[in-house]
Design a protein around this ligand. Structure first.
Ligand code: ADP
Ligand code: ZN
Ligand code: ZN
Length: 803
């Protein structure tokens, strides 16, 4: 027997399976989806078995045997193995990268293997019992005899033992002491044997009689019964109870339980959506639904009730949420509804916690996963539905190789599993809405709020006028008045300050003008080092003007501001206000995010000040005011999606106000109140924005009318990076059809990172049958040749951020 193995070495020309002999000892053990150790050149490396076969094209006598098994059961299903093949081709990544991205990081670290006895009564083989010598956990040594291995395999199969892979100390399985109290008859009988003087022991046994037959955690038992650990120990020794160490999973944080535990009576729109989705589910159709529902329209309730049906018919569900921020509240809603059938996977978990959650899924102990991007690879084998909430979010795209988009992976898995996908958003990505308009996705609309509340009233504040009136503060007069009003009424305010993006832009504080590229309809990026303005789409470059080209004001300068500064200003303006600040600095510590939200929901603060992490998911009844301090920060990013991102963000933030009984109000401060993204965000209407933005995209040839590929080059030597980028540009022009446009090479927006110069080529195309082939050929040249000269090259299809 031969195993095909993808080895853990990312370098050309090794990106293909290698053949290894399966030694006698492992025959019948090795299955596709397991990790193994194999000799590779002078080294021993880890690898993934992707297939088994009886024969090889190579001279079998020269094929080396694999040396060690890392897993005793497949950790990747045949579906995930196939997915990795597609993923590697589609994202132009190494196959090994595609395999590794599907597993929790802890599984890539150093590990030890143990045999864990689950049911000792099922172990009857004497040789095996000798090896265990009464222990319930022994290190697994592969050097043991094949007879033992064969026995081990049988015991793994019937559940008598498990082979555990323990990763370092921190991720080791966590255990607690559980006390199993004897049955009532036994307790009643035994209590007579205690002496009259043993008051405490009698007290404990009497307590136990009320809890007969139960299994309780030791700490809890001691706290509730009110006796000491020593008394408990004596009582256990006397046989009133049994002690057992049980493995527990680390509990990721969740907010306190709310009122969402019971399924709600659906509105007519929600009901229609659920019916359509479940019809596709029942008929096993892989329809992709775009659930377009305004903020507060009850999309989550649609997800919950759909999943409920999927679970009750024996299938499993993946629920993706965009980032950490959404998880505490979202997690709580899922745990309330589905209890311990839910695993949670998001980036704030420790490696150990992520590993625990992954194992719950792998062992089929849970049926739903709620998680960030990588949860799309959850090892379920009976998928019934996949949901992406806030599907427009850029965090669904991975920025490192493999550069996949969770939406694409979701659709692939849905096709494999014949199940529907739901993409949900109040502000769908333009690409998604365009697909829905063409009938590629099925559009479902939730045009009203679930509790029939009005959308909040959005006021646009012209900061140019404020400045003219002599107000240099971050707070306009109307916003400051509104905050004061809420403080008086004891209602809550959310203040939003956006600091997203890598680049800065130049803005005239008098007229709101930003300097635009003459060819591209995007703001030029300010480069501090050279004091130049650059367009990284076409390479256009100019000096920073001394006065505004529109109004000749000297108040033209580069723009940027921070949450810390805002906090200081709040303290000056509203000294009595209790403020919580939520940004990367205050949420670095694990669990701090949930704690801050919990505090705010309990009314321990009047104002929540934060970055984009507070824009989504917040659903608190007492928030009646939302203030956006500077709407312009996203608008002028050097990004063709700037208007879309601004519109999405303003809509999301506004949606935080007045979601329950109290009415909400929103103030958006801006230097460009006439921009359509801001005007239409005020009206909170998606379709007109969509039409408008599609017009712009069409005119300038951006997605969704064209696809974009970004090829990024970097080198320590400027001349070399330019040289290779030009060579690559010519290679692409030769390989691709003449209808495809190649822009560049040009210097990247951030032209130097870590002392490496960065250049890029953009390919724009509508249909390009030779795309994959040409890009693969380019990558091959790079991996065999250019890489040796210190060049780094990366290919990003459909990039969400270009910097
Ligand atoms: P979205 O995700 O669309 O912004 P949510 O799912 O968070 O909206 O719902 C907004 C609020 O409305 C929540 O407090 C939720 O509990 C409530 N809600 C949702 N559906 C219903 C319903 N059918 N009846 C009553 N309340 C509902
Ligand atoms: Zn001006
Ligand atoms: Zn340009």
């Amino acid at each position: 027997m031969i195993a095909e193995v993808i080895v853990d070495v990312a370098a050309y020309p090794i990106d293909r399976p290698f053949d290894y002999k399966i030694p006698e000892l492992f025959l019948g053990f090795v299955e596709p989806g397991m990790r193994v150790k194999v000799p590779f050149g002078p080294r021993k490396v880890a690898g993934y078995v992707v297939a088994l076969k009886n024969d090889s094209d190579l001279d079998v006598s020269k094929i080396k045997p694999l040396e060690e098994l890392i897993d005793f059961e497949p950790i990747l299903s045949s579906e995930l193995l196939k997915l990795s093949e597609w993923l590697a081709v589609d994202t132009l990544a190494y196959r090994i990268e595609a395999l590794q991205v599907m597993l929790p990081a802890a599984m890539r670290a150093k590990y030890e293997k143990y045999i864990q006895v689950e049911d000792s009564s099922a172990i009857t083989d004497t040789e095996f019992m000798n090896m265990l010598r009464g222990r319930d956990r022994v290190p697994l040594k592969i050097a043991d005899t094949s007879e033992l291995l064969r026995q081990l395999k049988a015991y793994v199969k019937n559940g008598a033992v498990r082979v555990d892979t323990l990763v370092k100390q921190q991720t080791a399985v966590k255990k607690v002491r559980m006390i199993h109290i004897a049955e009532i008859e036994e307790l009643n009988q035994q209590v007579e044997t205690l002496s009259k003087q043993a008051v405490k022991q009698r007290e404990l046994v009497n307590w136990m009689i009320e809890h007969a037959g139960q299994t309780i955690e030791a700490g809890k038992l001691i706290a509730e019964s009110g006796v000491s650990a020593t008394v408990l120990k004596t009582i256990i020794e006397k046989g009133f109870a049994q002690e057992k160490k049980t493995e527990v999973y680390r509990e990721p944080d969740a907010l306190e339980i709310q009122d969402t535990a019971i399924p709600k009576q659906l509105t007519a729109y929600q009901q229609h959506a659920v019916d359509e989705i479940l019809e596709a589910y029942r008929s096993g159709t892989d329809t992709t639904f775009l659930l377009h529902g305004i903020t507060g329209s009850g999309k989550t309730e649609v997800y919950l009730q759909t999943i409920e049906e999927v679970l009750s018919t024996g299938k499993e569900a993946i629920m993706l949420v965009p980032e950490i921020s959404l998880t505490p509240q979202m997690t709580t809603r899922f745990k309330e509804r589905f209890g311990d059938q839910v695993a949670v996977m998001h980036s704030a978990l420790s490696a150990g916690e992520k590993y625990d959650e992954w194992r719950k899924i792998h062992r089929k102990e849970v049926k739903v996963v709620v998680g960030a991007r990588s949860a799309i690879f959850a090892p379920f084998e009976k998928l019934g539905i996949i949901i992406l909430d806030e599907e427009h979010e850029s965090t669904y795209k991975q920025e490192d190789s493999p550069r996949y988009h969770a939406r694409d992976v979701a659709i692939w898995r849905a096709q494999f599993n014949h199940c529907p996908v739901i993409l949900g958003s109040a502000t769908p990505a333009l690409e998604s809405y365009a697909r829905a308009s063409k009938g590629v996705y099925r559009l479902l609309e939730l045009p009203t709020r679930a509790k029939d509340q009005e959308l909040p009233n959005v006021n646009i504040v012209d900061m140019r006028a404020e400045l003219k009136d002599g107000n240099r503060s971050m707070f306009s007069v109307p916003l400051a008045d509104a905050v004061r009003d809420r403080l008086d009424k004891g209602e809550q305010t959310v203040l939003f300050l956006n600091k997203r993006g890598f680049s800065s832009f130049v803005l005239c504080r008098d007229c709101g003008t930003t300097i635009q590229c003459p060819n591209c309809d995007i703001s030029l990026t300010y480069h501090r080092a050279t004091e130049n303005l650059k367009c990284h789409y076409c390479g256009h470059e100019e000096r920073v003007p001394q006065v505004c080209p529109e109004c000749e004001s000297e108040h033209i300068r580069f723009f940027g501001t921070g949450t810390q500064k805002a906090e200081e200003e709040i303290a000056k303006l509203f000294p009595e206000a209790r403020v919580l600040r939520m940004d990367v600095d205050t949420t670095r510590q694990k669990g701090s995010h949930a704690r801050l939200l919990q505090k705010f929901s309990e009314g321990q603060a009047d104002i929540l000040l934060g970055t984009q992490m507070i824009a989504k998911g917040l659903d608190f009844p007492n928030i009646t005011l939302v203030g956006v301090l500077a709407a312009d920060t996203t608008l002028h990013l050097a990004d063709f999606r700037a208007a879309e991102k601004t519109f999405q963000l303003l809509t999301q933030v506004s949606g935080r106000a007045g979601r329950h009984d109290l009415e909400g109000e929103v103030f958006v401060q801006t230097y460009t109140p006439e921009h359509y993204a801001i005007e239409l965000a005020k009206a909170q209407v998606y379709e007109p924005f969509y039409e408008m933005e599609m017009g712009t995209r069409k005119q300038f040839g951006y997605p969704p009318f064209y696809y974009i590929v970004n090829i990024q080059f970097s080198h320590e030597d400027l001349m070399k990076v330019v040289g290779y980028a030009e060579k690559a540009g010519r290679f692409l022009a030769d390989g691709l059809s003449p209808e495809s446009v190649i822009i560049g090479p040009t210097a990247s927006a951030i032209s130097r990172v870590n002392n490496r110069y960065r250049y890029q080529c953009l390919i724009k195309y509508k249909k390009e049958p030779k795309l994959t082939e040409t890009l693969q050929a380019l990558i091959r040249i790079y991996r065999t040749d250019w890489i040796k000269d210190g060049l780094q090259l990366s290919v990003d299809k459909s990039p969400v951020v270009i910097y």
